[in-house]
Design a protein around this ligand. Structure first.
Ligand code: NAD
Length: 340
């Protein structure tokens, strides 16, 4: 694609959208339209050389307005968060179907050349995730469907919509199923943060307060894999430019228990904490890992950043944010992003 073509990124004020725009800029893309319904001053990263629009994409007319003249669309906007958020906000998560429906319709109407949709490992059948020994989920395991209630069902429906818009209307759609993404510029407090960021924050809190205890959601032996943001961004580009028509896993296959995740963060922080397990907290499925057979076969690549390396960078970033926030520099994330 020509760098002068217009690229639209929705969910641009969030974690992955902000990192994607940062990356597109360094690749030399000259026309980027960034869209998010948060007020501009709340975006995690904001770049002044980009067209930044604060619009609610639940509304059809806004989806039409942002898609006009677009060559490529990366549709990342969604109401989402960690388990604590998606288990308690099922209706809100399902309402993201408005964004996806209107963005797909607008893409057809305005002749968008390529459309990327971010699905999730939450589409996978829950009965295949009962074992704690992290079953590797291959793409076919989404069916027969028994997705995560709310968020997962919406993702499954929207990825099928992408398929049918491709088959029926000829729209070029590519779909990745992200498995837990983490890294700098992600949500790390406020209730929508996911396990890696939440654990980094809790360990930092314990270290700085001298109260060497940590609350862990669930029994601690749930298994997950976590993908570092740089791998996610690289995977998005590879999948968007591939011939892979069906939804494909984009995740790390380095499965760890939540306890092991805590071990690594403690090691980085240089402390040991007393662990308290909150068995009444939302914990999600027991085990989940990404089967990377297909991505290796089609793209000759898979996410490879080790958890240790990715967490080191994430911990340092959250540490700086935490300290700045404690000093009263609220909004430090946004200010430093805009100044870059
Ligand atoms: P995020 O919450 O940081 O970003 C999503 C952004 O979408 C937010 O800034 C939010 O304000 C925006 N948004 C929500 N509703 C909107 C609306 N009506 N109009 C305009 N903007 C709206 O989340 P993220 O981690 O960057 O996730 C990006 C995408 O990747 C989402 O579709 C998410 O479901 C998917 N995903 C993420 C992960 C992960 O681990 N982060 C895992 C699986 C899938």
């Amino acid at each position: 694609m020509d760098n002068a073509n217009l690229v639209v990124v929705t969910g641009a004020g969030g974690f992955i959208g902000g990192n994607l725009i940062s990356n597109l800029r360094t690749q030399g893309y000259k026309r980027i339209r960034a869209v998010d319904f948060k007020p501009l001053e709340e975006w995690y990263q904001r770049f002044d050389d980009v067209e930044n629009l604060s619009l609610d994409l639940n509304l059809r007319e806004n989806c039409a307005a942002v898609s006009k003249d677009a060559y490529e669309v990366y549709n990342l906007a969604a109401n989402m968060g960690g388990m604590g958020f998606i288990e308690r906000n099922k209706a809100l998560c399902m309402l993201s179907v408005l964004i996806n429906t209107h963005m797909l319709q607008a893409a057809v109407k305005y002749g968008v050349k390529r459309f990327f949709y971010s699905s999730s490992a939450c589409v996978y059948n829950a009965t295949k995730q009962k074992a704690f020994e992290a079953p590797s989920l291959k793409e076919a395991d989404a069916y027969p469907a028994l997705a995560e209630d709310g968020y997962g069902w919406e993702k499954l429906f929207s990825e099928r919509m992408c398929r049918h818009f491709r088959e029926d209307f000829g729209l070029y759609t590519r779909v990745a199923r992200f498995h837990n993404v983490y890294g700098p510029w992600g949500t790390w407090y406020g209730g929508r943060e996911k396990a890696p960021a939440a654990i980094c924050r809790k360990v930092i809190e314990a270290k700085l307060s001298g109260k060497h205890e940590i609350d862990i959601w669930g029994p601690g032996n749930q298994t997950r894999s976590f993908m570092f943001i740089d791998d996610c961004i690289k995977g998005i580009h590879l999948i968007m430019n591939s011939e892979v028509l069906e939804p494909i896993n984009l995740g790390s296959n380095e499965a760890v228990t939540i306890n092991h995740l805590v071990d690594i963060v403690e090691e980085i922080a240089g402390i040991k904490l007393v662990r308290r397990y909150d068995l009444s907290a939302p914990k999600g499925v027991n085990g989940r890992n990404s089967d990377n057979t297909l991505i290796k076969k089609y793209l000759n690549w898979e996410p490879a950043t080790t958890l240790r390396v990715g967490l080191e960078k994430t911990y340092r970033w959250i540490y700086d944010q935490y300290v700045a926030r404690e000093r009263g520099a609220a909004g430090v994330i946004r200010e430093s992003a805009a100044a870059r």
